[in-house]
Design a protein around this ligand. Structure first.
Ligand code: ADP
Ligand code: MG
Length: 336
């Protein structure tokens, strides 16, 4: 649905061209929740603002449903932007208008509905985001989570097919973050809405995204399904994000394991295998002893996953590991 081709963006600062994005190639499918994660200054906001051409690229193309936005007239661009909703970290609400008036605003600008139809649509949207009882309040009277719900209702007013979220939960506490993410997931499923979400928090990616791109210094350094990236991060920046969010200290491992006898392996489970007893059954069958050195079991979006670091002793470790691999468990040898 979205195709970014060889995109670049330079900002002119004091007569010098500063690169913010370099050679970005990205494809996002209709209906998915696609996350982009990166540290502050990595180029996330620039990237998401290129998708609706709030920023013009210095080079490359932005295709949405095969239409190159960079070639549209300003009138055509305005029309296609109405099909792209956006929400922001600081909500960007009109403070002197009520909740209902904020949500009605983009409908009035679009100019396609009469007053009564706008009122009906606003009521529908407030119901969708759970704010029916707050229609006549002003933003200052709302909590952060409620403000973002207004932002979401407003972004959905013109029935967009795409929702862009720029750090939409970064100003919220963890519990409110979870409820707003849940709402985004619901909307994604109910309305078949494609969502592109940028964040610096791995937890946001893990709870609702299908795929993720990691951006660093204006370049995409890694991209893949969230389970893949979480369980087998490749790039140092990705590893740092994952280890930080999982509270894993990578440098600890080698020291701690110096005293452990035998072979050291890491097993990665995904899906059904997470709940099965292959390990104990095969250890018994092959007369292997194992000690558990580190481990975690978690849910990545709706997929159960687990990772176990084991010390193995016995004569048949190789054969046992081969059988585990047959069960779809990924084996990495950390020490032979
Ligand atoms: P992020 O959202 O990941 O924090 P941004 O996309 O906002 O990063 O910024 C990427 C880089 O581009 C930063 O170095 C930032 O200083 C620079 N930048 C962003 N917007 C502008 C601008 N309007 N003018 C000049 N430099 C900018
Ligand atoms: Mg930003």
């Amino acid at each position: 649905m979205i195709s970014l081709e060889n995109l670049s963006k330079f900002y002119r600062v004091d007569g010098r061209e500063i690169p913010a994005l370099k050679r970005i190639d990205l494809n996002i499918a209709a209906g998915e929740i696609f996350g982009v994660i990166g540290h502050s200054g990595a180029g996330k906001s620039t990237l998401i603002r290129l998708i609706n051409l709030l920023e013009r690229p210095t080079g490359g193309r932005v295709l949405i449903d095969d239409v190159d936005l960079t070639e549209l007239t300003s009138d055509q661009l305005r029309k296609s932007r109405q099909k792209i909703g956006m929400i922001f970290q600081h909500f960007n609400l009109l403070m002197s208008k009520t909740v209902a008036q904020n949500v009605a605003f983009p409908l009035q600008v679009a100019g396609e509905l009469d007053k009564a139809a706008i009122a009906t649509r606003v009521a529908e949207l407030l119901d969708l985001v759970g704010l029916t009882d707050h229609a006549n309040k002003y933003p200052a009277q709302l909590s952060g989570g409620q403000k973002q719900r207004v932002g979401i209702a407003r972004a959905l007013a013109n029935n967009p097919k795409l929702l862009l979220c720029d750090e939409a939960t970064s100003a919220l506490d963890p519990q409110t973050t979870a409820s707003v993410l849940q709402l985004l997931l619901e909307i994604n499923q109910k309305l078949k809405l494609t969502i592109v979400l940028i964040t610096h928090e791995m937890n946001v990616i893990r709870s609702i995204c299908d795929r993720v791109a990691v951006i660093d210094g204006g370049e995409i350094v890694e991209t893949g399904p969230v389970t893949q990236v979480f369980l087998h991060p490749q790039h140092p920046t990705t590893r740092r994000f994952v280890y930080e969010s999982e509270h894993i200290d990578e440098s600890d491992e080698a020291d701690d394991f110096a005293h452990v006898p035998g072979k050291i392996v890491r097993l990665t489970y995904k899906g059904e295998a997470t709940y099965q007893s292959h390990l104990s059954a095969l250890a018994r069958e092959y007369e292997i002893d194992f000690s558990i050195l580190a481990g975690r079991i978690e849910r990545i979006k709706d997929t159960p996953c687990g990772q176990l670091t084991l010390g193995l002793t016995g004569l048949n470790t190789k054969a046992m590991l081969a059988r585990l691999a047959d069960e779809g468990i990924v084996i990495e040898e950390l020490r032979a």
